[in-house]
Design a protein. Structure first.
Ligand code: FE
Length: 334
């Protein structure tokens, strides 16, 4: 009997000493990114490193609520999401931890990461002006501000102000131009709207192609995806504000969770995502811009030519998100 219990004990010790390295080689990822994009990239990482990745995909609001509810017991090691506004909010709510990584500091430019190193941009999205090629000459276009001018009355289409992309755009405008000037611009946009704001960028682009409106503002990868399917899609892209502040850019990115069980594993994964092989994946599969400046954009994206990005730190998008939402409400931007 004593031998038997000793054997059980030995078995337990053996099992736990065997399962310890397996545990350390598992990274649990909470992601708000499209699983089709992220999964193949994570699968490749698993194959190359032997690390098991557990992936949970949900929208960013649900993931943040879940992190909060799970607190210390969360299985999540890494949070991956789009928009600096969302990453900022996760950090603000105490869900992330600072990470000192020479690899990330080398691969990700300072304006694309949190000043306190709690999150890092991994891909760049540019939000700029798009137009119906038959209705608009490029010489008529210039800035986001100009879309508030009377010449665009009844010609502008926008996506809903409920989407974080537009909240971040307006937040970044507030940081640059101040609240009063930004409000006047947003009021001008609302006065110029052809129709109610669209639920997403793709339906806005299709309305432009159909001639329902003449100009709009979208993230470029949505146009890229339509061009892959239909190379003659009749919507042009114009880089806004090239003579002043530059095009508004935002990021998708990641941060290690406050209560990560495997922070070292999470750090290796986020570093991998900043390196050239993974960056090429973002560039070719999702038609975003690389966050790592050593990596080249996809050829469809390169066709739009080089542009000057706005270099305001994208963390401002989060800091001013509430102010932006209130401003859009006041201006009647639905
Ligand atoms: Fe998007």
């Amino acid at each position: 009997m004593r031998l038997f219990s000793r054997l059980i004990f030995a078995g337990v010790v053996l099992a736990s000493s065997w399962s310890a390295p397996a545990l350390a080689d598992t990274v649990t990822v909470y992601s708000a990114r499209n699983e089709q994009l992220l999964k193949p990239l994570l699968d490749r990482y698993s194959k190359e490193t032997g690390t098991e990745i557990k992936l949970l995909t949900a929208n960013e609001g649900a993931l943040l609520a879940r992190l909060k509810a799970e607190a210390e017991s969360t299985p999540a090691d890494l949070l991956i999401t789009v928009d600096a506004g969302n990453l900022w909010l996760a950090a603000q709510q105490g869900q992330l931890r600072a990470l000192n990584s020479a690899v990330l500091e080398r691969n990700i430019p300072p304006h694309l990461r949190d000043p306190d190193n709690q999150w890092f941009g991994l891909s760049v999205r540019a939000r700029t002006i798009v137009y119906n090629k038959a209705a608009v000459q490029r010489t008529e276009l210039s800035t986001y501000e100009d879309l508030a001018a009377p010449k665009w009355k009844g010609r502008l289409c926008l996506r809903t102000s409920k989407k974080v992309y537009n909240q971040s755009l307006v937040a970044l405008m507030i940081s640059e131009l101040g609240e009063a000037k930004t409000e006047a611009i947003v009021r001008g946009w609302v006065a110029n709207l052809k129709t109610d704001p669209f639920p997403d960028d793709t339906s806005l682009l299709k309305a432009l192609a159909a001639g329902q409106c003449d100009v709009g503002i979208v993230n470029t990868y949505y146009l890229g995806r339509l061009l892959v399917k239909e190379p003659r899609f009749p919507v042009g892209l114009f880089w806004a504000n090239q003579n002043d502040g530059g095009v508004h850019v935002n990021v998708s990115g990641a941060g290690i969770t406050k209560h990560a069980k495997n922070p070292a594993g999470a750090q290796k994964l986020i570093e991998y995502l900043s390196m050239e092989a993974a960056q090429n994946f973002y560039v070719d599969e999702d038609l975003e811009f690389p966050a790592n400046p050593k990596v080249q954009a996809n050829s469809i994206v390169k066709n739009w030519g080089p542009f000057k990005p706005n270099l305001v730190n994208v963390a401002k998008a989060g800091e001013l998100q509430v102010a932006a939402t209130r401003l859009m409400d006041r201006a009647g931007y639905k």
